[in-house]
Design a protein around this ligand. Structure first.
Ligand code: NAD
Ligand code: TDX
Length: 351
């Protein structure tokens, strides 16, 4: 048995990853450390909460004593660090917590792993720290070209700056101590359990409630979409076969302008759920500050080195995703009550 410390495992990608790993392997014990912020939700993990190889610890990755205790009590073999403040719009409103969790929290995890994994000048074999990062650290593309692992970092939002900062700290632990690490940089994920502050679940939720669909700017900003399960399989491969110290970009060449995504969701709901859901709901609103124009990943390295490829194309993935939200109306109702209402008012009511 090997022990994986998954942080942020009650969030969108983390919970999908925990379920993916427990379904695929018998040989891993997963310890999920999550602070249960507004984005963390144990309902996401109902399917595995009693699994013999799963346990949950509520707490902060920046809590030195707690993280030290976890490393002392469990022989941790891998850390997969998903825990983060992850929403760009929130980082524009309140940057400090992004610096604390994303940079200081990551450094705290690195220190504990280093302390328990280091033997003299080298590290015990079979250990690895994986930092789950984002394509946003590369900044914004023009109409052509793609982000490669060698593209210079040029983050624009407090969120992406904090992720770039964390990446550099992780890299420095490899460069300085030869600590076994990998960094993955993935494009926009979509799928089950995504919090409805992000474009796709927010548009599905609003459309079903006949609320305006707030499209920032001209709606022509481009994102490169990846179905969450394909991201999980990429992390699985990097965990097992990624060359130490390397960065791997993860993306499936699924670039779409935001307005196309919104119209695709409306089209599906109009045809299959309620014909009064139409494009009249679209409301062009004030642009996001510092809004990156285009993201596009070149995934050649992870394909060539690790044989990864995405299994779900956008047309299939978006239908599966919309259907999941339709079938999980109770989940959506629960996450959109309480704090969410205040956030929504603060973010959108003046737009
Ligand atoms: P999310 O916001 O849905 O989940 C984040 C989780 O981290 C939540 O469960 C939250 O409770 C937990 N958390 C936050 N602060 C914590 C702390 N201090 N200590 C412990 N737990 C804490 O985010 P997500 O969309 O699942 O993203 C997961 C990771 O993947 C993040 O690191 C993000 O930067 C990265 N990423 C996300 C995307 C995307 O499209 N969503 C794309 C690329 C990379
Ligand atoms: O109401 C909206 N209207 C709108 O036009 C929202 C919430 C978003 N948008 C636009 C902004 C972006 O161009 O849609 C695009 C996608 O926005 P988000 O879902 O907020 O994602 P993004 O800012 O691209 O960042 C996401 O992908 C990279 C994740 O939130 C990050 O955690 C990840 O690192």
């Amino acid at each position: 048995m090997k022990n994986i410390l998954v942080t942020g495992g009650a969030g969108f990608i983390g919970s999908n990853f925990v379920i993916y790993m427990l379904e695929k392997y018998d040989s891993y014990r997963i310890i999920n450390l999550d602070k249960l912020t507004y984005a963390g939700n144990l309902e996401n993990l109902k399917a595995v909460e009693n699994h013999k190889n799963y346990s949950f610890i509520e707490g902060d990755i920046a809590d030195h004593q707690l993280v030290e205790e976890i490393f002392k009590n469990h022989d941790i073999d891998y850390v997969i660090n998903f825990a983060a403040e992850s929403h760009v719009d929130r980082s524009i409103l309140e940057p400090e917590i992004f610096i604390k969790t994303n940079i200081l929290g990551t450094t705290n995890l690195l220190n504990a792993a280093k302390k328990h994994w280091q033997e003299g000048d080298s590290f015990k074999s079979g250990k690895k720290f994986i930092q789950v990062s984002t394509d946003e650290v590369y900044g914004s593309l023009g109409e052509t070209g793609y982000f490669m692992e060698t593209t210079p970092l040029d983050p624009h939002s407090p969120y992406s700056a904090s992720k770039a900062g964390a990446d550099l700290v992780v890299k420095s632990y490899f460069d300085t101590y030869k600590m076994p690490v990998n960094i993955t940089r993935c494009s926009n994920n979509y799928g089950p359990y995504q919090f409805p502050e992000k474009l796709i679940p927010l548009m599905i939720h609003n459309a079903l409630n006949k609320k305006p669909l707030p499209v920032y700017g001209d709606g022509m900003n481009i994102r490169d979409w990846l179905y969450v399960e394909d991201h999980c399989s990429a992390i699985d491969m990097v965990m097992h076969n990624g060359r130490l110290g390397e960065v791997y970009n993860v993306g499936g060449h699924n670039e779409r302008p935001n307005i196309t995504i919104v119209k695709t969701i409306i089209g599906y709901l109009n045809k299959n759920v309620d014909s009064s859901i139409t494009e009249d709901l679209i409301k062009y609103v004030e642009d996001r500050k510092g809004h990156d124009r285009r993201y596009g990943i070149d995934p050649q390295k992870i394909k060539d080195e690790l044989g990864w490829y995405p299994k779900t194309n956008f047309e299939t993935g978006i239908v599966k995703t919309i259907q999941w939200y339709l079938q999980n109306a109770e989940w959506m109702k629960n996450v959109t009550s309480g704090e969410y209402q205040n956030y929504y008012k603060k973010m959108y009511d003046h737009k």
